[in-house]
Ligand binder design. Structure first.
Ligand code: PMP
Length: 426
């Protein structure tokens, strides 16, 4: 049903259980890091025997790698629907991308950001206006409008950037990015969209949405760790000093201290030898997703997500964490807690007794997850479990997860799980 390049490499992984049995691993942690797609592995294997320096070498492998690296940039630009003059930068991941964007913001810029953001989008800014977690997409748009009006009350504010997620990494819910862009542009503000969770599940069209900047992580998009993207308007990127000082970012270095002319374009912020294998793998997955029937993939995911959420909702003691209305559109993510059962114990038991991998904790979105757990009721545990769906998820796996949570909610775990003392909650 899936095109070959999007078949995932973990399809046949088996894991031992504490009972002594072995089962097929059921991965419900795509939102943290997804398994690699065949397209990514093929692109890497093709280049591995011939990889060489990018933008630096005269030899044939260097020429090949430089071409592949720049072609990957083109694939990412097409995948994201970038405008012709957008700059597409390879970064390490989304966190690196938001920190790069923070680095190039004009010195007097203000960033408007909701408390509900992932820490990567919540924290990097020098000056931020924090907005409380909204309870509907409409309230989010109105809150941005009010914040921008307030910033402009005493005449034009300096540059303003609204930073918002495309899809929540905790609840999976889609944010009203198009409406936020419309409001922001009315005030001359720009919009950055954190597409780390959106891009693996839904098409992102930067030009159509008129979004100014976008970021994603390759390791959530079926490519390996270590390559991500920041793409968007070229002017702030061109005006700022380089994100990293060093080779590649320089057009000319004189003999005197600080006599440096920095490169223009993407090179300015890509100093040092780049992650060519990571970028090429990411580009290959972008091509494969562009060629696939993404509407059909999204439909399939919607059915699996509905099945999972309905199954969980029917279990006594399970509380799903949601920001907006229960039927608000979302990607394949469901966060939940089981009353009376610690989430780290639940997650450990799902792995050890059922061969199911989930994420537990506060999901690098502490203010949001704490607030959702609080709203869910006082007997809910202090952290939550997140089950996330991806291209390899099957109905059988969803049913196995629901049955396992039902058993654990009713009877508790069969084993005792040691809780690591003093472990910071991720
Ligand atoms: N934003 C969102 C919405 C995310 O889900 C994540 C990853 N959990 C990040 C940013 C950060 O991504 P990375 O760890 O790849 O930098």
């Amino acid at each position: 049903e899936r095109p070959d390049p999007l078949v995932l490499l973990d399809a046949e992984v088996t894991v031992p259980l504490v009972t002594g049995d072995t089962v097929g691993y059921a991965n419900f942690d795509y939102a943290a890091s997804a398994p690699c797609a065949t397209a990514a592995a093929d692109a890497i294997n093709d280049l591995l025997p011939r990889y060489a320096s990018v933008h630096r070498g005269a030899g044939l492998p260097s020429q090949l790698c430089t071409r592949r690296y720049e072609e990957a940039r083109g694939s990412v630009a097409r995948f994201l629907g970038c405008r012709p003059d957008d700059t597409v930068l390879f970064t390490r991941n989304t966190t690196d991308a938001t920190n790069l964007l923070a680095h190039v913001l004009p010195a007097d810029a203000t960033v408007v950001v909701f408390d509900s953001e992932h820490h990567a989008t919540l924290l990097p800014w020098r000056r931020a206006v924090r907005l409380p977690v909204p309870d509907s997409p409409g309230a989010a748009v109105r809150a941005v409008d009010a914040a921008l009006r307030e910033l402009h009350r005493d005449g034009p504010a300096g540059p303003v950037l609204v930073a918002v997620t495309g899809a929540s990494n905790v609840t999976g819910e889609l944010w009203p990015v198009g409406n936020i862009v419309t409001v922001a542009h009315r005030y001359g503000a720009r919009v950055f969209v954190d597409a780390a969770q959106l891009a693996p599940h839904r098409p992102v069209d930067v030009a159509a949405l008129d979004v100014d900047y976008v970021a994603l992580s390759g390791h959530k998009l079926y490519a390996p760790f270590g390559a991500g993207v920041l793409a968007g308007r070229p002017d702030w990127l061109a005006a700022a000093g380089p994100y990293l000082a060093g080779g590649g970012a320089t057009a000319l270095v004189g003999d005197a201290t600080n006599d440096v002319r920095w490169s223009a374009g993407a090179a300015r912020h890509e100093a040092g030898s780049p992650n060519v294998l990571g970028a090429v793998a990411l580009g290959a997955v972008c091509d494969a997703l562009l060629a696939a029937d993404r509407a059909a993939l999204a439909d399939r995911e919607r059915r699996l997500t509905d099945r999972l959420r309905a199954g969980l909702a029917a279990i006594d003691g399970v509380v799903e964490l949601s920001l907006f209305a229960p039927d608000s559109p979302r990607v394949g993510i469901a966060a939940f807690a089981v009353r009376g059962l610690d989430s780290d114990v639940l997650a450990a038991a799902l792995s050890a007794e059922y061969g199911i991998g989930v994420r537990d904790g506060l999901f690098c979105a502490h203010p949001l997850t704490r607030r959702l757990l609080h709203d869910a009721g006082t007997d809910a545990p202090a952290t939550a479990v997140r089950a996330s769906i991806g291209l390899g998820t099957t109905e059988e796996q969803v049913d196995r997860l629901v049955a396992a949570v039902a058993e654990l909610a009713a009877n508790g775990p069969r084993w005792t799980y040691e809780r690591p003392e003093g472990r910071p909650v991720p």
